[in-house]
Ligand binder design. Structure first.
Ligand code: PMP
Length: 472
């Protein structure tokens, strides 16, 4: 059977090689092969928040596994009797990645449906979890085993929130790349965290800025426990961190003892010309000890955003703490979306998944080209940007003064919300991505949805707004 293909019962076999691993992943020496040292579980105690330490395992859910004991009669769980549920079968169609003109029919077996309709494991449906283990080996060279594990979430947002809750105490200092995904700012703000902004540029997060922050850290103040970063096609900057930067950030996490929250929903939307740099999750295999990366994946941009499936991969203790949160907050992710996802992915297998994600990323590459073409046509001399190599965003600076040496960069919010809106175009003012909300001349534009004609017209309208602002 081909590696990563669907096996008997539609369950995908875990690939025995790692086709999906980026070309830039440093080759291991034979002595290193399969010998990954992990940080011991005691290491993580100081990383757990007070809330996480207070949480006790769910008395019911922790006994669930015992129900599988042969011969046992269980009076344990308050599970509804499934014979009363009206849903009797689930069958759907999906596009074939190898032949997009064809739909393939996918049938969820009665057994799988019954499992999906009942309460299930906190960390996720076993068939989906198993598929994700295989994917992490296929894409990042991480073998299932000691030291790390997986949990499924309702999108990666759910899991990031739970990770922050499991690790960060009110008032803590946290490291965030800046500008940063606006969806995490409130997580830290509501905990009254001191958000320490690490600079970014066209090579992604600046390891020099990170080093400077950490090396001048006052000895009287506890050092940050986490660094939040989006390494590919960052939201909002569109930038992808280079291999060199990644290695330096990993080395700093070792020197200064912090966990990297690798939020990576755009990993499979990489369309750069050069080989894709490895993820932090893959790169840390080259570290003396692995276990400083908590990785968040999302299926939102490659399967469906509404299906709400994301997964976290990382140190046992931390993922366990997040599961304890789930056991208190929402018990589990919807069984139906999990079985839908797992049936589709198991039927596809890893090679077909790869083909699908490659077609999604080349779709966005074309969108990027169209958008950049319009920027060049209409905003030459009126805006500055770096070309994104992944994702769906362009981050550009409005040149609001014709005087290039002017120190006043301006405020994109004032232009976007008034002049641009009046001319019939909307984008996101950069200020929403700055933890301290300061004014900025930057704007984020999303190019995922528009057709060529609308892109051209939108950017032309922006040009008019900038010209009007300049003339005042
Ligand atoms: N992180 C980043 C950087 C994002 O851009 C998004 C989606 N906008 C998310 C997390 C949340 O994604 P999900 O749909 O998986 O919850």
């Amino acid at each position: 059977m081909a590696n990563g293909s669907a096996g008997q019962n539609g369950v995908t076999q875990v690939p025995s090689h790692s086709d999906g691993i980026p070309a830039a992943l440093p080759a291991k020496t034979s002595a290193q092969k399969n010998v990954v040292k992990y940080l011991p579980s005691e290491y993580y105690q100081s990383f757990l928040s007070l809330v996480a330490k207070e949480r006790k395992p769910s008395p019911i859910r922790s006994l669930f596994p015992l129900e599988a004991t042969p011969g046992l009669i269980s009076l344990l769980a308050g599970k509804p009797n499934a014979t009363t549920f009206p849903l009797t079968s689930l069958q759907f169609t999906a596009r074939s990645p190898t032949d997009p003109s064809q739909d393939i029919s996918i049938k969820v077996t009665d057994e799988q449906l019954a499992e999906a309709l009942q309460y299930g494991a906190t960390s996720g449906n076993p068939s989906l979890v198993n598929w994700v283990y295989g994917l992490q080996e296929f894409s990042h060279g991480r073998k299932k085993g000691e030291g790390w594990r997986i949990s499924i979430g309702s999108g990666s947002q759910d899991l990031i929130y739970k990770a922050v809750n499991a690790m960060v105490n009110p008032g803590d200092s946290v490291l965030v790349e800046s500008p940063v995904y606006a969806g995490v700012i409130p997580m830290f703000q509501t905990l009254h965290c001191d958000q320490i902004e690490v600079a970014t540029d066209s090579n992604g997060i600046s390891s020099a800025s990170l080093r400077e922050i950490l090396e001048s850290w006052p000895s009287s103040k506890p050092k940050p426990k986490v660094l939040y970063t989006v390494p590919y096609g960052c939201n909002p900057t569109g930038m992808t961190a280079t291999l060199e930067r990644r290695k330096e950030v990993l080395a700093l996490s070792r020197e200064h003892d912090f966990i990297i929250l690798e939020d990576d929903p755009y990993y499979y939307l990489y369309y750069g010309d050069a080989a894709r740099p490895p993820s932090y999750f893959a790169l840390e295999l080259e570290e003396p000890e692995a276990g400083r990366v908590l990785r968040f994946d999302s299926l939102s941009k490659i399967l469906s955003a509404g299906i709400r499936i994301g997964f976290v991969s990382g140190p046992d203790v931390l993922v366990q703490a997040m599961d304890s949160h789930t056991a208190t907050a929402n018990l589990q992710v919807s069984g139906l979306t999990q079985i839908l996802t797992s049936s589709l992915l198991n039927q596809w297998g890893y090679e077909a998944f790869k083909i699908h994600t490659e077609s999604v990323s080349s779709f966005y590459r074309k969108k990027r080209d169209v958008f950049e073409g319009a920027l060049k046509r209409h905003l030459d001399g009126l805006a500055e940007w770096s070309t994104p190599e992944a994702g769906m965003f362009v981050w550009f600076k409005l040149l609001l003064s014709s005087n290039a040496s002017s120190s006043d960069e301006g405020d994109s919010e004032a232009i976007i919300k008034t002049k641009a809106f009046e001319k019939g175009v909307l984008a996101l003012p950069g200020t929403v991505f700055l933890p301290n909300g300061r004014k900025t001349a930057y704007v984020r534009a999303s190019f995922s949805l528009l057709e060529e004609g609308d892109v051209d017209e939108a950017v032309r309208r922006l040009r008019e707004a900038i010209l009007e602002a300049r003339s005042e």
